[in-house]
Design a binder for this molecule. Structure first.
Ligand code: UD1
Ligand code: MG
Length: 449
C-alpha cells in the first residue's frame, strides 16, 4: 500500500469554562507557547496535506494563532461528530487518512500518531483507528468495546454505559485516524439519541462495523493524553512538558544539577557542556552556546549567550541581550537590548540597557545606563577595553571611548574620549580634627528633658 495522504482536524471549539479565563482554552501557554501550537508543531512533522481547526464563535485570537491553517466556526456545540462535520467543505475531495485531534490534548507525540497511521495502513484497512489508553484512575471516559478477536466493535460514552461497561479499563482518548473516503458518510448517520443529546463522534465506530469495515485500537500512554480543562490540569501538562525538555537538554549534553528546578521554553537551545545550577528560568527565544556556566537563580528571555560565558547567580537577561564569548555577568545584573562583546565583564549590581559594551570592557559594581528619559530610550556605548568605575551613571545618549576610564561615582553626561579619564563627582574636602571638636561641643550640653 502506498503511503496515505493525511489531513488533520483539530477540535478547539470549547471555550473551556472551567479555566475561568477570557482566553480560549487552547491558547493558554505550556512551556511558553499556546497548547494548540504544540499540537500543530507535532502534526507538522507528519507533513499533512491539509489542517483545519474547528473553533467557536468569537475566537479571532485563536484564528490568528493557528494561521495560516484555515479555521471553521462551529456556531453551536452539538457534539464531537458535529464539530468534525464542520470541516466537511474544507476537506472536500480528500481521500486519505483524517486525523482527529483535540486542541486541549497537546502532549501527544509524533510516534504515537505514526503508530496510528501505520495501523490504518495494515491489510485489514480499518475504517477507524482509535487511540485507546488505560487511565490509572479510571475516569469518565468513553469505554472501548472490543470484539472477540481484539478488533474494536464500538465506543460507549460513560454517561450511556452500564456498570459492567464502565468497569472496562480501556478508554477512548478521543484521537482517531479515519478513512477520509468514509468519514463524512458515517457522520451523516450519527444521531443524538443519547444521555447528553449530542452527536457523538464515537458512534462512527459501530456504524463502520455495521458496514462490514474493520476498526482498530492503538494504545497510547496516559501522560501523552492528558486533557487540559482546568488550571490544575494546565499545571500538570506544564510539568510533563518540562520533564521532556529537561530530559532533552541533558541528552544533548547539558548538566542540570537540580533538573526539577530548571524551567525551559519550548524553543530553548543549550549547547554542549552547559552547566545550569538550580532555580533557573528560560523564557522564550533563548540560545546558549557551548560551555556556558549558568549559576543559580537566573532568568532569561529572548537572549543569545556566546560560548564560555559565566552568568549569575541572580542575573536577569532580558530581550535583545546579545552576549559574545567569554562574557561574565555577575549577581544582580540586568541586561536588556544590549550587545556585550567578547570577554567583557559586568560582575555586580548593574543595569545595562540599550547599550553596547565593547570587548574586554569592565563595568564596575553599581553601574547604571540611564537609558530612559520618561519618553524615549537612548543609547550608551562603552568602548572596547574601557573601565567604568563603581557606582557610575552613564546618562544616555553617551559614548565612552575605547580604553577610557570613568572614575567611581561619576555621573557621565558627555562623551569620554578614547583612553581618557573622566571623573564627574563632587571633589573631596577635609577639615582636620573637625570630628573631635564637634563631639566635644555636644558633650558639654545638658541632657534635653
Ligand atoms: C470525548 C469522547 C470520549 C473520550 C473523551 C476523551 C465523544 C462523544 N466522547 O468526551 O469518548 O473518552 O473525549 O477526553 O467524542 N468539541 C468541540 N465541539 C463540540 C464538542 C466538543 O469542538 O461540539 C471539542 C472540545 O473543545 C474538546 C473535544 O472536542 O476539545 C472533546 O469534547 P468534550 O466535550 O471534552 O468530550 P468528552 O465528553 O470529554
Ligand atoms: Mg473532555
Amino acid at each position: 500500500m502506498t503511503e496515505d495522504k493525511i489531513a488533520v482536524i483539530v477540535l478547539a471549539a470549547g471555550m473551556g469554562t472551567r479555566m475561568k479565563s477570557n482566553l480560549p482554552k487552547v491558547l493558554h501557554p505550556v512551556a511558553g507557547r499556546p497548547m494548540v501550537s504544540h499540537l500543530l508543531a507535532t502534526v507538522a512533522a507528519l507533513s499533512p496535506e491539509r489542517v483545519v481547526v474547528v473553533v467557536g464563535p468569537g475566537m479571532e485570537a485563536l484564528e490568528r494563532a493557528v494561521a495560516p491553517h484555515p479555521t471553521v466556526v462551529q456556531a453551536e456545540r452539538l457534539g464531537t461528530a458535529h464539530a468534525v462535520d464542520q470541516a466537511r467543505a474544507a476537506l472536500a475531495g480528500f481521500e486519505g487518512t483524517v486525523l482527529v485531534l483535540y486542541g486541549d490534548t497537546p502532549l501527544i507525540t509524533e510516534n504515537t500518531l505514526r503508530a496510528m497511521l501505520a495501523r490504518r495502513a495494515a491489510a485489514d484497512a480499518p475504517a477507524v483507528v482509535v487511540l485507546g489508553f488505560t487511565p490509572a484512575a479510571g475516569g469518565e471516559y468513553g469505554r472501548l468495546l472490543l470484539g472477540p478477536r481484539g478488533g474494536l466493535d464500538g465506543i460507549i460514552e460513560y454517561k450511556d454505559a452500564s456498570p459492567a461497561q464502565r468497569a472496562l479499563p480501556l478508554c477512548n482518548s478521543g484521537v482517531m485516524a479515519v478513512d477520509g473516503g468514509a468519514l463524512f458518510g458515517l457522520l451523516d448517520r450519527v444521531g443524538n439519541a443519547n444521555a447528553k443529546g449530542e452527536y457523538y463522534l464515537t458512534d462512527i465506530v459501530a456504524l463502520a462495523r455495521a458496514d462490514g469495515r474493520a476498526c482498530a485500537v492503538v494504545e497510547g500512554d496516559e501522560t501523552e493524553l492528558l486533557g487540559v480543562n482546568s488550571r490544575a490540569e494546565l499545571a500538570a501538562a506544564e510539568a510533563i512538558v518540562q520533564a521532556r525538555l529537561r530530559a532533552a537538554a541533558m541528552a544533548n549534553g547539558a548538566t542540570l544539577i537540580a533538573p526539577d528546578t530548571v524551567f525551559f521554553s519550548w524553543d530553548t537551545v543549550l549547547g554542549r557542556d552547559v552547566v545550569v545550577e538550580p532555580n533557573v528560568v528560560f523564557g522564550p527565544g533563548v540560545r546558549v552556546g557551548d560551555g556556558v556556566e549558568i549559576r543559580a537563580f537566573c532568568h532569561f528571555t529572548g537572549v543569545s549567550v556566546g560560548a564560555g560565558c559565566s552568568i549569575g547567580p541572580f542575573a536577569r537577561l532580558r530581550p535583545g541581550a546579545l552576549l559574545g564569548e567569554g562574557v561574565h555577568i555577575g549577581n544582580f545584573v540586568e541586561v536588556k537590548q544590549a550587545t556585550v562583546e567578547d570577554g567583557a565583564k559586568i560582575n555586580h549590581l548593574s543595569y545595562v540597557g540599550d547599550a553596547r559594551v565593547g570587548a574586554g570592557a569592565n563595568v564596575g559594581a553599581g553601574t547604571i545606563t540611564c537609558n530612559y528619559d520618561g519618553f524615549d530610550k537612548h543609547f550608551t556605548e562603552i568602548g572596547a577595553g574601557a573601565f567604568i568605575g563603581s557606582n557610575s551613571s552613564l546618562v544616555a545618549p553617551v559614548r565612552v571611548g575605547d580604553g577610557a576610564t570613568v572614575g567611581a561615582g561619576s555621573v557621565i553626561t558627555k562623551n569620554v574620549a578614547p583612553k581618557a579619564l573622566a571623573v564627574a563627582r563632587g571633589a573631596q574636602m577635609e577639615l582636620p580634627a573637625w570630628s573631635e571638636r564637634f563631639r566635644a561641643r555636644h558633650q558639654k550640653k545638658p541632657d534635653p528633658q
